[in-house]
Design a protein around this ligand. Structure first.
Ligand SMILES: [Zn+2]
Length: 350
């Protein structure tokens, strides 16, 4: 009796602890898509450890597919190359499934369909783990198939799930450059990148952020190359572009203007840097210092086309004010988004 009481008591204690600490994240173990019947395709997303329910999962629909955002979840061993199965019957309806950790403990699953799907065509359910059947807990997405959509509607989703890595420069222990009234480079870079993330996401890209808060990506006090390599490493192997966002600084407060960079012999990187430069120039607020080649770490080590942009001089009082304004930050984010769209939709690069 006493023993039983103790057990109950300790169980309560554990439960109390669990509710105050952050819940253990769910870890994906596999995705399996198959035809449930002639009209319905089922996508089972299996996971272990944490528990997911309706409050952790949100869905979004666009012309080409659906996106599931999972809070407190990690991709685990599921990636484009492993852990995702589309059975042959479902292949006539599902174009592609991709998984990315888009922020810390936040995983996005994008399912591209060959036909248009709207929110009314899909249901999302949750199945607990079934030990007897040796099945992990699952999110079950059932989608009603609809007739193939015409060619033109694919243009609505120009991003087509491509992965864009945004790297807000500096962060945490490293403020970057600091303006005359105290505006920091790290805060401007982050604000602009987060705004660009929203715009790119809405345009159908998958955005991977090297950081989403004011932190060192590796750790405070590590050598620069370790910190920068940690940023490069955030890019999944199938990333399409890497864009690092910075502000310029100079001892003379009169120095001004924006500029964009690419690695010296990078043809695609140069094209990206040129498009970014053109779009930033279109904003009209700042002088254009041009497109330049340089051996910045994140550009020379990135496995995909990369560019580093200097949005303006934070040490210039007029530009500091501009860079700190929400309105101008939104315009900068739009300029980045326009450049990315042009990169993929003009000239046939991939
Ligand atoms: Zn910088």
């Amino acid at each position: 009796m006493l023993k039983k009481f103790l057990t109950c008591f300790s169980l309560l204690f554990v439960l109390a602890l669990a509710s105050t600490a952050q819940a253990k994240p769910a870890e994906l173990t596999g995705i399996n898509a198959y035809d449930l019947d002639r009209e319905t395709v089922r996508i089972e997303i299996s996971y272990r450890d944490g528990r997911l329910d309706t409050s952790d999962v949100s869905s979004e629909f666009s012309a080409a597919g659906m996106k599931l955002d999972l809070d407190n979840a990690l991709p685990g061993r599921v990636s484009r190359v492993s852990g995702i199965q589309i059975q042959s019957g479902a292949k006539s309806f599902i174009e592609k499934i991709s998984v990315n950790e888009t922020a810390k403990r936040h995983t996005s699953i994008r399912i591209n369909f060959k036909s248009a799907v709207s929110s009314g065509d899909a249901t999302i359910d949750f199945e607990p783990a079934n030990r007897a059947e040796k099945k992990d807990a699952r999110i079950i997405v059932d989608v009603k198939k609809s007739p193939a959509r015409d060619e033109r509607s694919t243009e609505d989703f120009s991003g087509n799930g491509r992965i864009i890595v945004l790297d807000p420069g500096h962060g945490g222990s490293d403020a970057g450059a600091i303006g005359p009234t105290g505006v920091t480079e790290k805060s401007v870079a982050l604000a602009v990148s987060l705004k660009a993330q929203r715009l790119l996401d809405a345009a159908g890209y998958q955005v991977v952020m090297t950081r989403t808060t004011d932190v060192d990506v590796a750790a405070p006090g590590v050598p620069d190359s370790t910190e920068l390599q940690a940023r490069v490493d955030k890019a999944p192997p199938n990333a399409a572009l890497f864009i690092s966002v910075h502000c310029n600084a100079f001892s003379n407060g009169k120095a001004n203007g924006m500029e964009t960079y690419h690695a010296p012999t990078a043809v695609k990187g140069a094209r990206l840097a040129r498009l970014l430069n053109e779009e930033l120039e279109r904003l009209g607020g700042l002088s254009n210092r041009g497109v330049k080649a340089a051996r910045f770490y994140v550009m020379t080590h990135s496995k995909c086309p990369a560019s580093l942009i200097e949005l303006g001089f934070i040490t210039n009082p007029r530009e500091e004010k501009l860079l700190a304004s929400e309105d101008y930050q939104q315009k900068l984010a739009q300029a980045i988004t326009n450049a990315v769209n042009r990169y993929f939709n003009q000239g046939g690069f991939d």
